[in-house]
Design a protein around this ligand. Structure first.
Ligand code: FAD
Ligand code: NAP
Length: 338
């Protein structure tokens, strides 16, 4: 394991913005992580753990040590009549795990097809899409506290999974490095196709007996049509979270904006599609120099070429202000800003 200095992160974040790390280390095993923990560079600098860089915006150089977790591999660690438990290294590409399960006709991950990034980052914001979330298949995870190198296995209730959040995005943000995750998959899958656009796509394809492979293909095809490919246009998916508001506030807003896109959320609250709010403020498809708002989903900010992280954050700030002025709603960032 080599520690590099003054290392460019441009190719390691899907926004494709330039930022340099004071120090950079890629770790391929828990042993290498232990070695890193003992190094003076680790002890003397602030740390940032990096996966695939698909949920990050660098707004400047990181004056510390960036640790890229590359521990990879997928292994079936147990099996019974009902299902299997898979273990994956934190650096495994998330969609490789999805493909592996789909190829085996194991149910649970098909709705989460084609989400960029790594296995280790999946629990951080309890990744979710098309009506499913990681927590529905999550078994447990291993990792180490950055402060003292202590190892811990987190069971589901300890992760405090919520809507696009977990303890690792709250109290333990930047304090714990995930090295392995375990997932429970079903051998007799019953795909959940209740999400509107997924249902329509499967209806359009006219498939009668829907398999996990059909769902995965349909999700992938919707995503390819709607979302910018980071390999072509820099982005980090949804920039903001969908706000979840109280019923009273919802009823007032709904009177003024009857067409507002809303969905029931936990605890009798209401989720509002942030993309709809941003679109209604006129941002969809707008371009500002090297940055812009995606023309098919206003929740996605894009780098048109050589934008800096600060320029993107600046546009995000203007969007937040206009949504607050028009709807009285405070958007919060889903992307991790550094
Ligand atoms: P990174 O961006 O590298 O890191 C994200 C955060 O996790 C950082 O704070 C980082 O410090 C921390 N982290 C990463 N790895 C570890 C680790 N091993 N241990 C501890 N901390 C770690 N997200 C969804 O939920 N649903 C979607 O449908 C979705 N669609 C997307 C579509 C596109 C086109 C893009 C670009 C992004 C999308 N995302 C989506 C966001 C993103 O892909 C996910 O949040 C993904 O899980 C991030 O993984 P990553 O490895 O790239 O994490
Ligand atoms: P969409 O289908 O246009 O819907 C817009 C928003 O409405 C979504 O954010 C979604 O909330 C909500 N929604 C729609 N139908 C719903 C239903 N039946 N039940 C509950 N909520 C519903 O969204 P999209 O942009 O094309 O994305 C499709 C899916 O991929 C969504 O689940 C989205 O979260 C996910 N995605 C996430 C990211 C990311 O970076 N986080 C990026 C791209 C896509 P939810 O977001 O809560 O599902």
């Amino acid at each position: 394991m080599k520690i590099k200095e003054n290392f460019s992160l441009k190719d390691l974040n899907t926004f494709g913005v330039e930022a340099r790390a004071g120090y950079f280390a890629g770790i391929n095993s828990e042993e290498e992580l232990a070695e890193l923990f003992r190094s003076p560079v680790f002890k003397e600098n602030k740390k940032l753990v990096l996966g695939g860089g698909s949920n990050i915006l660098f707004t400047g150089d990181f004056e510390g040590l960036v640790v890229k977790v590359n521990i990879s591999g997928i292994e079936k660690i147990s099996e019974d009549a009902g299902g299997v438990i898979l273990e994956a290294g934190a650096g495994t590409v998330w969609n490789d795990i999805v493909d592996f399960t789909v190829d085996n006709n194991w149910g649970g991950l098909e709705n989460l097809s084609l989400i960029p990034g790594t296995a280790g980052a999946a629990p951080i914001q309890n990744i979710g899409a098309y009506g499913q979330e990681l927590k529905n298949v999550f078994r447990n995870l291993d990792g180490y506290f950055i402060s003292d190198g202590r190892k811990k296995t987190f069971e589901p209730e300890e992760c405090r999974f919520g809507y696009r959040r977990s303890i690792f995005k709250d109290e333990l943000k930047d304090k714990f490095v995930i090295t392995k995750i375990r997932l429970s998959l079903r051998k007799n899958p019953s795909p959940d196709i209740s999400y509107g656009s997924l249902k329509s796509e499967l209806e359009r394809l006219g498939i009668k007996q829907i398999t996990v492979k059909d769902v995965s293909k349909a999700v992938s095809s919707i995503r390819r049509a709607k979302l910018p490919d980071p390999a072509v246009t820099g982005n980090a998916g949804s920039f903001f979270k969908n706000p979840v508001i109280d019923r009273e506030e919802y009823l007032i807003l709904k009177k003024e904006f009857p067409e507002m896109a809303t969905f029931p959320a936990e605890d009798d609250k209401i989720k509002i599609a942030a993309g709809w709010l941003i679109e209604k403020c006129g941002w969809k498809g707008k371009k500002f120099g090297q940055t812009g708002v995606h023309d098919k989903q206003a929740l996605v900010l894009i780098n048109l070429g050589n934008a800096s992280g600060e320029e993107i954050l600046n546009v995000a700030g203007k969007i937040k202000k206009s949504v607050r002025d028009k709807f009285g709603i405070a958007l919060t960032e889903e992307v991790n800003i550094y």
